[in-house]
Design a protein around this ligand. Structure first.
Ligand code: FES
Length: 172
């Protein structure tokens, strides 16, 4: 099975198994919902919709309550992540030195510039590249900044961004 950028698919375990393990570990602890969601996402790379009823039942919550928490936090994904994740900073410091052009370029490389123009990023049709806007990566002194599969890259240029994406394509 192919690995994702955000977490390898748990070999031999279904989403339900992963959720059951997280429930057994955290259900009796105070405030168990967030640790359970984190554990599931760390293992699977996202929170599959099919585990929401299971978590709700295990914690004696409504499905709406669990769903509400999953969708409230931007951190939690409800879709399987793309193989590669490219975050482009759109906050002030990066914006002042070409961050917006880099964001548009990244979307173009993913073939989803129109969808991403609304500000939510986008995913390539083949599921290989997810582009996400972020609002400060903590590298303001070395703007513009991007993060590729969890690795920060400072003082980004259009040519370097192209080379980074080319490298991702070559590694697939
Ligand atoms: S504003 Fe882009 S890294 Fe801080």
């Amino acid at each position: 099975m192919r690995e994702t950028s955000q977490g390898a698919e748990h070999a031999g375990s279904s989403a339900s198994d992963v959720a059951a393990q997280a429930l057994s570990r955290w259900a009796d602890e105070p405030g168990p919902l967030l640790p359970i969601l984190h554990e599931i996402q760390d293992t699977l790379g996202y929170i599959p919709g099919e585990v929401v009823p299971q978590i709700a039942q295990g914690l004696n919550l409504s499905r709406a309550e669990v769903h509400g928490v999953v969708t409230y936090y931007h951190h939690f994904r409800t879709e399987r992540p793309a193989r590669h994740n490219l975050q482009v900073c759109r906050a002030e410091s990066c914006r002042a030195v070409g961050g917006e052009a880099l964001y548009r370029q990244a979307l173009q490389r993913a073939g989803c510039d129109e969808h991403g123009a609304a500000g939510h990023g986008g995913r390539s049709a083949d599921g290989s590249l997810q582009v996400e806007p972020v609002y400060c990566l903590g590298l303001c002194a070395a703007s513009p900044a991007v993060m590729v599969d969890g690795r920060l890259h400072a003082r980004m240029t259009p040519a370097r961004l192209d080379a980074l994406v080319d490298g991702l394509e070559d590694s697939q």
